[in-house]
Each structure stands twice: as structure tokens, then as C-alpha cells.
Design a binder for this molecule. Structure first.
Ligand SMILES: Cc1cc2nc3c(=O)[nH]c(=O)nc-3n(C[C@H](O)[C@H](O)[C@H](O)COP(=O)(O)OP(=O)(O)OC[C@H]3O[C@@H](n4cnc5c(N)ncnc54)[C@H](O)[C@@H]3O)c2cc1C
Length: 293
């Protein structure tokens, strides 16, 4: 398939996995083991994260190239605007193209001080992700995705309609799909989907599914991302914070329920935050009869 004919297959629901570039030899061996195990589910695409500020640039590109060569599965490369000039972003997009990336997840990235810290403009760079969407559209050859926030972007002061307008603007500039922050309340996914539908959006919205395996980790992630977990679910996780086996099982049960709920609401795909670990994600998929994999 040439880069100009890139498209994400419309096998409803799609399955995709998110991986992050490993830091050392041992973690890399672990990632390839994870990839081997998850291949049995025939993912429609995988996405590889990018360290805001460019810290993982070389690793993101290398892991993706090797992954494409080994599996032939489509890769979406995340890219952030943090700390990069427009010219540098053009260069990185060239690297993504040469490496055979099929698509791009165009992100602003978070400021160094965290998601709600003041944004620091890089001279000659971009202030918002829509500028990166526009640039990638101009360059062409990528399927362009963006981030969506069913619980509202942490820097949007709770202004849900601002986020909807931002998504519509990105769509008008060339984005065709969005991957959401992790979803624990399918009602919020539904509200996002309905608000976009009501404005005539054709964006595919892939809900992010997080298999919880550690209580402190999920509490921290929720804090950082401004993500929402219903109180009753949170209390259930808290009860098992010192019982890893029960917590992991609960994490799988909760994720299976969210997958079933968003699927019933018409989600086009499920995007698993696999966190470079096959076990919990495999368990969830095995329990989802509608995936038929
Ligand atoms: C699926 C997913 C994957 C991610 N992967 C990574 C990753 O690989 N690396 C990483 O560092 N981070 C990653 N993140 C985190 C992400 O970078 C942060 O959540 C970041 O804040 C997302 O910004 P954005 O792309 O939505 O930015 P923007 O669209 O720029 O939005 C940022 C804020 O500005 C507002 N805004 C947007 N456009 C405008 C405009 N034109 N005028 C005025 N206001 C505007 C928005 O409403 C929002 O409040 C990921 C997040 C998700 C959901």
C-alpha cells in the first residue's frame, strides 16, 4: 500500500494497541514479547507514543520501522509540538514517512510543568495541535488522528463545547479519526459522540481502554490527565490496593464492561493502552465475543 492510499480498515470494531518506546534492552525485549503475543488478535493498527519535547524521537521511529517490517501492521506515530519549531516538525514528519508510518496522531503535548501548567511557546513552533494537523495535511500521505477528551481537556476549564469546536476544526483541517483519553464512564464517551454527530462530524472516535493493574498508577494518571472514574469504580479499586491479583482481575472486569458499553453505543473501534504488557489486554479481548478474533 502506498502512503497516499493510507486508510484504517473499516472492520467494526477495530482493535488497536498503544505502545511506548522502551528505554533499555530489557524493556525492549519485553515489548517484542508483548507484540508477539498481541499479534494473535490481528490488530488493525498500533500506535507508538512520542515523548513530549522529542526525548523518544529516534526510538519512536526505530521501533515503528522494525514493527512494520516484522508484522506489516499499520503504525500510527504520535507527534507533539512541545519544544519543536515548524521546520523540525516537517523534518520529523519526513522521518515518519520514510519509516513507513501510515498515520499520525497530531498532539500538542503537555507543557513541561504538566497538563494544566502554562503553555510555553517555542519560537517558530506551534501553540495548538490544530496547526500540526494543518501541516500534516499540507504534506499529505498520512491518515491524521487527534486526541479527544470525553472528560474534557484538562486545560479547557471544563468547557466541553470548546473541545468539541476544537475537534471540528481539526476535522475540517484533515483529521479523520480521534483516539480518546482512557474511558471509565461510557456515558461520557456517548456525550462526546453525540455532540460531534449533532454537528455533522464524520470523525471515527476510538475510545481508549485502560486495563488497570496498579492503584497508585491509575490514581496518578487520573490526576495528571484530568480523567474521570466513577466514585463506585474508584472505591472498588481502592479496596484491592494491597491485593495485586484481585486488583488485576477487577481491572479486566471493569475494562470488559466499558468495552461492551461503548460497543453498544456504536464505537468504531477499541484502542487498548497496553502499556507494553500483553497479559491484561489479552484477557480483556478474549472475553469480548463481539470482537470475533
Ligand atoms: C490518545 C492520546 C495519546 C497521547 N499520546 C501522547 C504522546 O505520545 N506523547 C505526549 O507527550 N502526550 C500524549 N498525550 C497527551 C497529550 O499530548 C495531552 O493530553 C495534550 O494536552 C493534548 O493536547 P491536544 O493535542 O488535545 O492539544 P490542543 O488541541 O492544542 O488543545 C490544548 C488546549 O488548547 C485548546 N485549544 C486547542 N486549539 C485551540 C485554538 N486554536 N485556540 C484556542 N484554544 C485551543 C483546547 O481546547 C485545549 O484546552 C496523549 C493523549 C491522548 C488522549
Amino acid at each position: 500500500m502506498s502512503a497516499d492510499t493510507v486508510e484504517i480498515p473499516n472492520t467494526t470494531p477495530t482493535i488497536s494497541f498503544e505502545f511506548f518506546p522502551p528505554k533499555d534492552v530489557q524493556s525492549e525485549a519485553n515489548l517484542w514479547k508483548t507484540i508477539d503475543e498481541l499479534q494473535q488478535f490481528k490488530p488493525d493498527f498500533v500506535s507508538i507514543t512520542y515523548g513530549a519535547g522529542g526525548g523518544t524521537r529516534d526510538r519512536t521511529v526505530r521501533i515503528a520501522s522494525e514493527f512494520i517490517a516484522k508484522t506489516g501492521v499499520q503504525v500510527i506515530g504520535h507527534l507533539t509540538c512541545v519544544g519543536s519549531t515548524r521546520a523540525e516538525l516537517v523534518e520529523i514528519l519526513g522521518e515518519y514517512k520514510d519509516a513507513g508510518f501510515h498515520g499520525l496522531l497530531a498532539l500538542r503535548g503537555d507543557p513541561v510543568g504538566g497538563p494544566t501548567a502554562p503553555w510555553v511557546t517555542t519560537p517558530g513552533g506551534f501553540d495548538y495541535a490544530d496547526q500540526l494537523v494543518e501541516l500534516a495535511s499540507e504534506i499529505g500521505g498520512f491518515s491524521i488522528g487527534v486526541a479527544a477528551f470525553p472528560d474534557v481537556h484538562p486545560a479547557s476549564d471544563g468547557n466541553f463545547m470548546q473541545d468539541i469546536n476544537v475537534l471540528l476544526r481539526k476535522e475540517a483541517l484533515g483529521a479523520t479519526f480521534a483516539i480518546t483519553q482512557f474511558v471509565f464512564d461510557s456515558g461520557r464517551y456517548e456525550a462526546l459522540r453525540n455532540a460531534l454527530d449533532a454537528r455533522g462530524s464524520k470523525l471515527s472516535i476510538y475510545p481508549g481502554i485502560m486495563p488497570v493493574t496498579s492503584y497508585p498508577q491509575i490514581v496518578r494518571m487520573l490526576e495528571l490527565s484530568g480523567g474521570y472514574m466513577p466514585k463506585a469504580t474508584r472505591l472498588r479499586f481502592a479496596r484491592y490496593q494491597n491485593d495485586p491479583a484481585s486488583l488485576k482481575k477487577l481491572g479486566i472486569d471493569v475494562a470488559v464492561q466499558v468495552c461492551e458499553d461503548v460497543f453498544a453505543l456504536g464505537a468504531e473501534g477499541l484502542h487498548f493502552y497496553a502499556l507494553n504488557n500483553a497479559g491484561p489486554t489479552s484477557e480483556i479481548i478474549k472475553q469480548l465475543s463481539m470482537l470475533n478474533r
